[in-house]
Write a protein that binds this ligand. Sequence first.
Ligand SMILES: CC(C)(COP(=O)(O)OP(=O)(O)OC[C@H]1O[C@@H](n2cnc3c(N)ncnc32)[C@H](O)[C@@H]1OP(=O)(O)O)[C@@H](O)C(=O)NCCC(=O)NCCS
Length: 326
Amino acid sequence: MIFSRIIGTGSYFPEKVITNSDLEKIVDTTDEWITTRTGMHTRHVSERDEMTSDMALKASLRAIEAAGIKAEEIDGIFVTTVTPDYAFPSTACLLQSKLGIVGAFAMDLEAACTGYIYAQNLANALIKIGQCKTILIASAERLTKMTDYTDRGTCILFGDGAAATIIQATEEPYGILSTNMSADGSFGELLHMKGIGSVMLANRDVMKVEDNLIKMAGNEVFKVAVRMMVDASTKAIADSGLTNADIDFVIPHQANMRIIEAVMKRSGIDPDKALINIRKHGNTSSVTIPSALDEAVREGKVKRGHNVLMTAFGGGFTWGAAVVKM
Ligand SMILES: CC(C)(COP(=O)(O)OP(=O)(O)OC[C@H]1O[C@@H](n2cnc3c(N)ncnc32)[C@H](O)[C@@H]1OP(=O)(O)O)[C@@H](O)C(=O)NCCC(=O)NCCS
C-alpha cells in the first residue's frame, strides 16, 4: 500500500511588517481592539517588486533542502494562491522555471484559504494511484496588495508570505491518513475579490480599483467558518481511525484567534494542542497551515510519528481537513 508522507517543509515571510499601531494611524482602530478581536499583532508585507512566485520560490527551496532531495526529483507542482502573478501562465509554471526543472506537471489551485488542504488531498490521490512520487505544494499569497486600507474590518487581518511542503510516496504507514474537501458556492458574495477574472476587465474600462480589493462580511464568515471547520475535523478524525486523544497537534487555518478557540472548544480537543502563528503573521490565506507546520517542525515541536489535524475554511466558501502522521 502506498502512503503520502510530508518529507520537508519550508516557509518565507518578507521582513517588512505592519503593526497594530501602524494600523491605528491608517484607520479608526486600536491595538486593543485588534488584539482582543483577532489575536493579531503584526503582518508581513512584500516589496513592490516581490511577486507571489518569488516568495513561493524561497519557501520551496527551504522545503527541498529540508527534504534532502534534488529539485529534479519533483514530478508535480501545485501552487495554492488567490494572488497569482498573472492570469496565465500559472504561478506554478513560473515557479517551475525558477526552480530550473522541466517536465513535472505545474498548476495553480485556487481554493482561497483552504488551498493547502485541497492541494494536499490531490497530491495524496496522485501519489496513491502511482502517477507521481514527489510533489511540491507551494502556498504563496500577496494579500496586502489586494487589501482595502480604508476598510477597518478587513485591513487589520491580511498579510503576505509563503510556505512549501514536499510530499513523497512511501510504503511505511505514515503520512496523510485521511483528508476531505468541500465547498458551497452559494456563499461566494460574502468573501470575494473580483479583480482577476473575465468579468472585471481593465482594458474595457469596466474594472475599478475597488474591484481589485478583498470584500468580506466578517461576522457572517466567522459563524460559518467555525461550523465547517468543526465538521471537517470531526470527519477527518473519524476517517483516520483515530480519536481526539490520539491527535497530538491541531493546525487550524489562522483567520482569527476567536475562530481557532471556538473550533478547538466545539471539536472537544485540548486547546493547548493548537499550533498558532496568527500573532506574527495575521491571515495569510492558504499559507497559514503549511507555515505553522514548518515553524513547529523547525522548533522541534512536531516530530516523526505525531498525528497532526489540519483544518481550513475560506472564500468560495471552501473548507476541509486532514489527519497526517508525520
Ligand atoms: C473581521 C472580524 C475581525 C470582525 O470582528 P467582529 O467581532 O465580527 O466585529 P463586527 O464585524 O461584528 O463589528 C463589531 C463592531 O466593530 C467595528 N469594527 C470592525 N473592525 C474594527 C476595527 N478594526 N477596529 C475597531 N472597530 C472595528 C465594526 O464597525 C462594528 O461597529 P458597530 O457595532 O458600531 O457597527 C471578524 O468578524 C472575523 O475575523 N471574521 C472572519 C474573518 C475571516 O475568517 N476571514 C477569512 C476567512 S478564511
